[in-house]
Design a protein around this ligand. Structure first.
Ligand SMILES: Nc1ncnc2c1ncn2[C@@H]1O[C@H](COP(=O)(O)OP(=O)(O)O)[C@@H](O)[C@H]1O
Ligand SMILES: [Mg+2]
Length: 257
């Protein structure tokens, strides 16, 4: 495990183009989580940097969702730590996470079907108190498709539009770390490429850190800087996205392409 973590540090430093200071915004150290007798995470260590997309890849049941749920406090770990910007948040409340700069977009694109796009964004912003018009405009600028449909009921949206809406809603919390659980699930490749392209633009422009959980490893690696491969709750390998993409044995064994 120490070796795996060491390789994270190396590749993370490598991706910053030789800059001495790497901003490890989020650090996960030896994290283990269980559902009763089921050990879903077993000593997982990884880090995510500002301005980088870190992809967490692995088959169904690998522990990806549990990892995000443990980071955001929905599942309490049996061992290990979660550190955000140097502060141990392992025991912090779920409610405090938004204030700490963490936003979690769960799997499934949950929206309130009867409300319009605009109303969904407003409801999503409620917990933040005052949200300026410019902040809504920023979301609409990022996702013009959503802007066009702002007065349509959410149940009329396509899967891709819904995904843009839930990401936009999370961005209203002004996160420094964005946790995304399987945003590509069930979407056409063209739509996935569009959403991931927008994500890349956002990360490059605003320097936020994205932890992108995906079974769709090929698409995720095409947009990510670093990849972490999970299998049965453990980290198999951590390396740059391009190295993982080029490792045919690894792809066949764990990534399904
Ligand atoms: N609520 C739960 N209760 C019991 N076991 C669960 C629960 N959620 C997930 N698991 C188990 O934990 C393991 C990891 O699941 P999960 O984190 O959902 O993986 P992934 O998101 O990679 O598909 C699996 O063995 C799964 O069956
Ligand atoms: Mg999952």
């Amino acid at each position: 495990m120490a070796e795996t973590h060491g390789s994270t540090a190396m590749s993370a430093t490598g991706t910053t183009g030789g800059t001495a200071t790497t901003t490890r915004l989020l650090e996960v150290e030896g994290l283990s989580s269980a559902y009763g007798p089921v050990r879903a995470l077993d000593g997982v260590s990884l880090s995510a940097e500002a301005g980088r997309i870190t992809a967490v890849l692995g088959a169904n049941g690998a522990g990806k969702t549990t990892l995000l749920r443990t980071i955001s406090g929905l599942v309490r770990p049996v061992a290990g730590r979660v550190v955000l910007d140097g502060e141990d948040i392992t025991k912090a409340s779920v409610e405090s996470m938004v204030g700490r700069g963490m936003a979690h977009v769960p799997e499934g694109r949950g929206v309130i079907a009867e409300l319009t796009v605009d109303e969904n964004l407003r409801v999503g912003a409620l917990f933040r108190g005052k949200v300026g018009k410019d902040e809504f405009d920023r979301v609409y600028d990022l996702f013009p498709r959503i802007a066009e449909r702002r007065n349509n009921a959410a149940h009329t949206l396509s899967g891709g539009e819904r995904q843009m809406l839930v990401i936009g809603r999370a961005l209203l919390a002004k996160p420094r770390v964005l946790l995304l659980d399987e945003p590509s699930l069930g979407l056409a490749p063209r739509i996935v490429a569009q959403i991931f392209g927008l994500l890349r633009q956002l990360v490059d422009a605003e320097g936020l850190s994205v932890l992108l959980v995906e079974q769709n490893a090929r698409s995720a690696l095409s947009v990510a800087d670093v990849g972490v491969v999970l299998n049965l709750g453990r980290v198999v390998v951590t390396d740059s996205a391009s190295t993982l993409m080029g490792d045919e044995d690894l792809r066949h064994a764990y990534l399904g392409f």
